[in-house]
Structures are given as structure tokens and as C-alpha cells.
Write a protein of this length. Structure first.
Length: 84
């Protein structure tokens, strides 16, 4: 993910995998402060579960405005590398 703007707030993230049996696996990812000069990389990720097929993968960027009321939000470009 490459932030296209800057914000002073911090943003927790969550990685969510959904499988063919409709089960979900959620994992935490690092908290970050958006900076347009610093791309953020999660990975390489292992999202495969034995006997299950991955059907969807999401990156949730969570709001944290209660702790950081100065946070205004940011824009970004998301890129997936090596997906099949």
C-alpha cells in the first residue's frame, strides 16, 4: 500500500481471509502513520489453510479517531504482488 497523502493519526490494520467453506481468519497487522514517502508492505503472507481454498482477502484499515482526534484520513493505492 502506498499512501498518496499524509496524516498525523495512527491506523491499526487487520488482514482478513475468507475461505470456500465460509470460514474467516483474521490477523492483526502493524499500526502505521500514513506518509506518502513510505510505502507499507505486508508480507509475504501465508493465507492458505490445509484443505481450504481462499476465496477473498481484505485489508481493513481501522479508524482510531477516539485516541487520535487529529486524524483526518488519507488516500492510498493498493497493489497485490504474486497473487494467483
Amino acid at each position: 500500500m502506498t499512501p498518496l497523502s499524509v496524516d498525523t493519526g495512527v491506523y491499526p490494520t487487520q488482514l482478513v481471509s475468507r475461505y470456500n467453506d465460509d470460514s474467516i481468519f483474521e490477523s492483526g497487522a502493524p499500526i502505521f502513520t500514513p506518509n506518502s514517502l513510505s510505502p507499507i508492505t505486508w508480507g509475504p503472507l501465508t493465507v492458505n489453510q490445509p484443505g481450504k481454498n481462499l476465496t477473498a482477502f481484505n485489508v481493513k484499515i481501522l479508524e482510531n479517531f477516539h485516541l487520535y482526534p487529529s486524524a483526518k484520513g488519507f488516500t492510498y493505492k493498493l497493489e497485490a504482488i504474486g497473487c494467483q
